[in-house]
Design a binder for this molecule. Structure first.
Ligand code: ADP
Length: 243
């Protein structure tokens, strides 16, 4: 459903991605693990054109896109199909939870406000925020704000949701509720690509785990294979450190 082919990206002389390939099937929950600085976030941002890759392609269904040379129109179309959940939520502070969710539907999708409100309320209900439609981000906990971010992604009914370290900015007390929401939407069959340091989520929810180090995919497999029988020395070392 989503194929990422040969992604290269440098920042100045720092070559961060050295030819990364990834394949994701419909309904997959793929977790990318790896040490800090290995290029995980940059990869996610390149796939959604938040960064321009130096080289690489994406196949999304039947559509092929050049990650280095897509038109504005193509980028707009990709963002209709690929939703993004940010580490720091990226909510508008002057908009309510519901307005944050409906903004993309009204402006990006041209859906009439009334219909957008219905879709937005359903998405907020799904993440357990039925009583917070009218709350502003400053009135919400970190966990609740990130759940608004997830509701915003879900409301777009995308082909896939990319999660960029969705719990790493949260106080520990809020991590569990966000992971639970992510697990629930995974169980509904949502296709997800998740960068996270939460090993329990990777073990329990992912059907595929990719281990990245220094800008390359070192190893990939089922979560059972990666956690119980990692083949590569670098994967073994990483797991020894974090588990
Ligand atoms: P990870 O998500 O695995 O921790 P990142 O993709 O965030 O890794 O970062 C990989 C490398 O790219 C790091 O060395 C980081 O400093 C560098 N990097 C990321 N974004 C930028 C940027 N906008 N400008 C310059 N360097 C960057």
């Amino acid at each position: 459903m989503l194929e990422v082919i040969g992604v290269h990206k440098s920042f100045g002389s720092n070559e961060v991605l050295k030819g990364v390939d990834i394949q994701i099937n419909k309904g997959d929950v793929v977790v990318i693990l790896g040490p800090s600085g290995s290029g995980k976030t940059t990869l996610l941002r390149c796939i959604n054109f938040l960064e321009t890759a130096d080289q690489g392609k994406v196949m999304l269904g039947d559509t092929e896109l050049d990650l280095n040379a897509a038109s504005r129109k193509q980028i707009h179309e990709v963002r209709q199909k690929i939703a993004f959940v940010f580490q720091n939520y990226n909510l508008f502070n002057n908009k309510t939870a519901l307005e944050n969710v409906t903004e993309g539907l009204i402006i990006g999708r041209k859906i009439p406000r009334k219909e957008a409100n219905d879709i937005g309320k359903k998405a907020l209900d799904k993440v357990g925020l039925s009583d917070k439609y009218d709350a502003y981000p400053s009135e919400l906990s970190g966990g609740q704000q990130q759940r608004v971010g997830i509701a915003r992604a879900v409301s777009l009914n995308p082909s896939i949701i990319l999660f960029d370290e969705p719990t790493s900015a949260l106080d520990p007390e809020w991590v569990g509720e966000v992971l639970t929401v992510m697990k629930n939407i995974a169980e509904e069959g949502t296709t997800m690509l998740v960068v996270t340091h939460e090993m329990s989520f990777a073990k329990e929810v992912a059907n595929k785990v990719i281990f990245m180090d220094a800008g390359v995919v070192v190893e990939e497999g089922t979560s059972e294979e990666i956690f119980n029988r990692p083949k590569e020395e670098r994967t073994q070392q990483f797991l020894r450190r974090v588990l």
